[in-house]
Design a binder for this molecule. Sequence first.
Ligand code: PMP
Length: 439
Amino acid sequence: LPVQTAEDAPASAALLARASQVIPGGVNSPVRAFRAVGGTPRFMASGSGPWLTDADGKRYVDLICSWGPMILGHAHPDVLAAVNHAAAQGFSFGTPSENEVRLAEEIVARVEPVEQVRLVNSGTEATMSAIRLARGFTGRDVIVKFAGCYHGHVDALLASAGSGIATFALPDSAGVPRSSAGETIVLPYNDLSAVEAAFAERGHEIAAVITEAAPGNMGVVPPDPGFTEGLLRLTKQHGALLVSDEVMTGFRCSASGFYGLEGPYAAGAPDLFTFGKVMGGGFPTAAFGGRADVMALLAPQGPVYQAGTLSGNPVASAAGLATLQGCTPAVYERLDTVAHAIADAVANELTAASVPHTIQWAGSMFSVFFRDGAVTSYDEAKDQDTAAFRRFFHSMLGQGVHLPPSAFEAWFVSASHDDEAVEHVIGALPTAARAAATP
Ligand code: PMP
């Protein structure tokens, strides 16, 4: 296997050795460790626009973009100025402040069914709080989720999750109480009849259905026509809430997220949404929000408790607001252009090298499955040639293109990916496609 080794990245290898002494696995989030692809994870020293520079001084075109947040590219001047300005005023007050109001107003203005939001610090907190709120609102305990959807490392939502859980082929996580997992029903994505059956049997116990608006954590698997509409109908019929997780798609697929794309929401709107990533511009801030009558149940107005020392942090809020304000129509156009240029070239080169592949889309978000045929569920997503991906990944890395180190992740681009960066990616593809083809 042409796996990059410590010799290719001596400074990163030394940092990994040091990190492994004091941090489990040497990383603070599992997928970063390269376990699925092997080799030495690159420790980054800096980022600028579409480029990352590692501890050895080697440059990469970044196709992770911090797993979504860096939609404008690294260290964007406007965001940097906003952060510097906010930081100079103080880092955290533990009182309300104006920046969090401005960020909340921006989100509410963009996503029509979101009447109120509460700011939190991570996507995990957003989904955890949204399901607590749904349970408080309905007085019911059961949550329906879909296999391959990842909603953060919330106990009740880890069953058959995507992202790192998919990467490592873990069934679940140790340390999740049986009682907690027992309140979760896991169904196959895009299988409306399974949802109908679950509601027919346990409809009076179901507090909420949570789904990624368009899943990106098993690779990109968009909802089949009618699926989201069916979820809207069934939840309404049975008095349950629909929680649309837009942590990944929010403000990326369009100015108002996947919700803003035409299609599934003509018939109605989810009750609650979760956001993260882009809305924090690379800082730890996220949100959940939706119907005002549901949000009214949150403390201090209502009985559902939820809180945070750093929630609505003024510096993070300033970064998020500047990022959202920077997401102009031209930015979305550029994301589209860049994503299609890269995806088309990937398809051409993999075809030329006779490597089975399928590219799937949700707005300008895409991923490459190393298999033939459409992927509509987690079972199908798992049925791909991960060894071919590994060879492809390492060839790209060696040529200065940093892909997500897993076959089960979306590829993220930014509006700062200029023609030079795109050409660099495209130039690396023929060699990588041949590597993928050669066991
Ligand atoms: N929901 C979705 C759809 C996500 O993609 C993620 C993170 N990849 C999360 C929730 C969790 O967010 P965080 O990592 O900020 O906790």
